[in-house]
Design a binder for this molecule. Structure first.
Ligand code: 26Q
Length: 817
């Protein structure tokens, strides 16, 4: 038996692929065909396909070197790539061949793909965006590479016990994760701790030296990132921390064996676990160490790679762009300066010009309290040399501010990198803006609000540094893989090129009124809903039917995202049904999914509330034919892939001015759900794109919310007094209705929404939310009106392809070609 794969590339031909799979089953898995199970098949297919990906990876590397192209490095603490095998089959053009090959081997491709663990190396939107951008860079043929952390434990697994979220470890890496290639030859050495001493060089110049440091090694693990069509394969390089080999030797040479082993364990914990917060907690030493560790690994790797093919660093900025995904890798500003100055003897001014030209910063939040700050004492202890460099950067920067606004001390205090609190804090966002040539927001409104509010001082100083890059999502995963029915329909009706040129979906506009097409389109949605029903039944034992309108609210649980507002509205509908005997035009299923940060009590109570309300409604014979409430546990990419295509209505109801962009909103619209939403984040652009008549709008605008708060006139009690229906909802929450066994359980929830200082002004939007929802449901009852709208949503979401996003980054920030 020869390995048909090593003869380079498998043509997309079932017989060859089958032979490759058989080869792997025989020689790697060492099993007879008669013993083979689905898991074995998964391993064999993965190995066969990985070989193809590696072939193309080496070819791409060679081509990029020959052409000496400019490279982009995307630094991110989080990547949520989703399952790999199906994606790589699709992008390599092997999906159909594999389906047939597996059929011949007596197996269903869907069962085989499900064997793969879905890596959860991120919290939510920010990590998933990183994965979509990598996919699009490879597809666009850009030499773009991800750098991050190979966490041993990804985001916790969410289990629901008695309605409460319980966190369980997610040890995702196993021996059978084949997609990673360890690269021992590119181990990075990272210094940390110690102190700085001044020494004189041979010219009598004072040169600071960082001494008595500890060393941690970063071991890179590369995962291929296959572009669609398989022409370009880039990589995602994830580092795990390891004690240095020298250090291991010292264990034997010096006497203190136990101390040495303890230190070893300590340094290897650096990459043990992903922090689950989506609001930063200052003062966590391990988190800062993680941020520095992976940034330092990445920069040293990038410099070494560059110097292998270039004689010195003078052209570095022409050939390299580094994008910082939020402030998490912002220590890159100081680390790059340190490398250029201390290790490569470049003068400050030139080093600074290079640093600013190379780095770009993407901001993902509007909430001031979510901006990262690190206490100076902690920073000084871990990174004394970086602290010196940051002080110098700040000194020069404040001189510039003083030159522009002489004597404006208040402004200097506001803009300084150092916040003069006790203890002093380093404002990472300021460091990022000052140390880079570009600061971008992730949706149009977000970028505007950054300029007008959060970062206004910086915008006044450097308007040219600010720009917008509206997020996007990859059509390969979010239509191609997630929605095979829609995908095939598009292939037939608009041709196959939509997958790399999503604007082609426009061709559907002309079909929106075509009865034949409407039926086909409806059938696709029906099938996606039927699939969701099967999964909900098999995994949760809940019998759901596709005749219900599927109303889906899936994202991290957070007060600003207002799952609580949705629950209030559901209770309102429920009371209207059982108390007022008003039946809705159509039965509805309210599906929730999302994780709460483990320390975020209010968010965890929202999860409990959803379960409690669900239990009452789902068991009430007066209600259960009309409404169901379902919480799908452990939300992750692989759940989004079946849940989103099944949605009829997409809940995007954050308080205006709080959600930077959202990307789920795009995935839903692309898959033919209509959005009910506020004028927040990318909702605004989605609404403009699909047409206001195809979007259910409600709620205050960002300016109105701000003005309400600035004037201190938000008056929840007044709202309750004027709206008996709202009053009734809150009364029911205070009563035993939803917490018979635990009276008073939801008092806190009521307190949140009755607080005049509720930052998310729930009650200000409740009435208009109910109105918009009623409209949506009434429309759903008239398929002749609803279906054309969903078709137009799909037709007009081409803009939200991450291919477009990446092209904009390439043109405006990375300055490629
Ligand atoms: C920071 C410091 C310490 C511990 C944790 C963190 C931390 C971790 C994750 C801070 C933030 C995050 C994640 C943020 C995030 O996902 N933001 C989302 O980014 C999306 C992509 O741009 C946007 O679409 C969403 O609007 C935004 O909420």
């Amino acid at each position: 038996m020869t390995n048909p794969v090593v003869q380079s590339v498998i043509p997309p031909n079932p017989a060859d692929l089958e032979a490759a799979i058989r080869y792997r089953l025989h020689y790697t898995i060492a099993k007879d065909m008669s013993d083979v199970n689905t898991e074995d098949l998964f391993h064999a297919v993965s190995l066969a396909v990985k070989d193809v990906a590696v072939d193309r990876l080496l070819e791409s590397r060679h081509r990029f070197r020959e052409e000496d192209v400019k490279r982009v490095y995307y630094l991110s603490m989080e990547f949520l790539p989703g399952r790999t095998l199906g994606n790589n089959l699709l992008n390599l053009g092997l999906y159909e061949a594999c389906r047939q090959a597996l059929q011949t081997l007596g197996s269903d491709i869907n069962d085989v793909l499900k064997e793969e663990h879905d890596p959860a190396l991120g919290n939510g939107g920010l990590g998933r965006l990183a994965a979509c951008l990598l996919d699009s860079m490879a597809t666009e043929g850009i030499a773009g590479f991800g750098y991050g952390i190979n966490y041993q434990f990804g985001l916790f697994r969410q289990v629901i016990e008695n309605g409460w979220q319980v966190e369980k470890p997610d040890r995702w890496l196993s021996d059978s994760f084949y997609w990673q290639v360890t690269r021992p030859e590119r181990i990075a050495t990272v210094l940390i701790g110690g102190r700085v001493v001044d020494t004189q060089d041979m010219h009598g110049q004072i040169r600071p030296r960082w001494v008595d440091t500890q060393t941690i090694q970063g071991v890179p693990h590369d995962m291929p990132v296959v572009g669609y069509g398989g022409k370009t394969v880039n990589f995602l390089r994830l580092y795990s921390a390891q004690t240095s080999h020298d250090f291991d030797m010292q264990i034997f040479n010096h006497g203190d064996y136990l101390k040495a082993v303890e230190d070893k364990i300590k340094s290897e914990t650096v990459t043990r676990v992903l922090y689950p917060n989506d609001v930063p907690e200052s003062g966590r030493q391990l988190r800062l160490t993680q941020e520095y560790f992976f940034t330092a690994c990445a920069l040293s790797d990038i410099l070494i790679g560059f110097l292998r093919f270039h004689k010195d660093l003078s052209t570095f900025a022409d050939k390299v762009s580094i994008q910082m995904n939020d402030t998490h890798p912002t220590i890159a500003v100081a680390e790059l300066m340190r490398l250029l100055i201390d290790e490569h003897q470049i003068a400050w001014d030139e080093a600074w010009r290079t640093t600013v030209a190379v780095l770009g910063y993407t901001n993902h939040t509007l909430m001031g309290e979510a901006l990262e700050r690190w206490p100076v004492p902690l920073f000084e202890k871990l990174l004394p040399r970086h602290m010196q460099i940051i002080y110098q950067i700040n000194e020069r920067f404040l001189k510039e501010v003083d030159k522009r606004w002489p004597g404006d001390l208040d402004r200097m205090r506001r803009m300084s990198i150092i916040e003069e609190s006790n203890p002093k804090q380093i404002r990472m966002a300021h460091l990022a803006i000052i140390g880079s040539h570009s600061t971008n927001g992730v949706a149009s409104l977000h970028s505007e609000l950054l300029k007008q509010r959060l970062l206004h001082d910086f915008f006044e100083l450097w308007p040219e540094r600010f720009n917008n890059k509206t997020n996007g999502v990859t059509p390969r995963r979010w239509i191609g893989l997630a929605n095979p029915g829609l995908s095939q329909l598009l292939d037939r009706r608009v041709g196959k090129d939509w997958i790399t040129d999503l604007d082609q979906l426009r061709a559907l506009e002309g079909l929106a009124q075509d009865k034949g097409f409407q039926d086909e389109f409806l059938k696709v949605k029906k099938e996606a809903k039927a699939r969701a029903c099967r999964i909900v039944r098999d995994q949760m034992g809940f019998f759901l039917t596709g005749d219900f309108l599927f109303d889906v609210h899936a994202k991290r649980i957070h007060l600003y995202k207002r799952q609580l507002l949705n629950v209030l509205r559901i209770i309102h509908d429920y009371l209207r049904l059982v108390e007022d005997r008003v039946t809705p035009p159509v039965p509805q299923a309210f599906l929730f999914a999302g994780k709460a940060a483990p320390g975020y009590q209010a968010a965890k109570q929202v999860i409990k509330l959803i379960h409690s309300v669900g239990q009452v409604i789902n068991q009430d014979p007066r209600a259960r034919d009309w409404m169901s409430v379902i919480f799908v546990p452990d939300y992750r990419v692989s759940i989004a892939e079946w849940l989103i295509p099944a949605a009829d209505l997409s809940e995007q109801i954050s308080t205006a001015g709080t959600e930077a962009s959202g990307t789920g909103n795009m995935k839903f619209a692309m898959n033919g759900a209509l959005t009910i939403g506020t004028l927040d984040g990318a909702n605004i652009e989605i609404r403009e794109a699909v047409g206001p008549e195809n979007f259910f709008l409600f709620g205050l605008t960002a300016d109105e919310v701000q003005s309400l708060q600035a004037r201190h006139v938000y008056d929840p009690e007044g709202i309750i007094a004027r709206n008996p229906a709202i009053h009734r909802v809150l009364e029911s929450l205070l009563s035993k209705r939803f917490c018979a066994n635990d009276p008073g359980l939801f008092q806190d929830m009521v307190r949140y929404v009755m607080d005049r200082n509720d930052p998310f002004v729930h009650l200000a939007d409740l009435k208009s939310y109910c109105r918009a929802h009623d409209e949506a449901v009434a429309l759903y009852a008239k398929p002749a009106e609803w279906v054309p709208k969903t078709i137009l949503n799909v037709a007009r979401t081409g803009f939200f392809s991450s291919d477009r996003t990446v092209r904009e980054y390439a043109r405006d920030i990375w300055k490629l070609r």
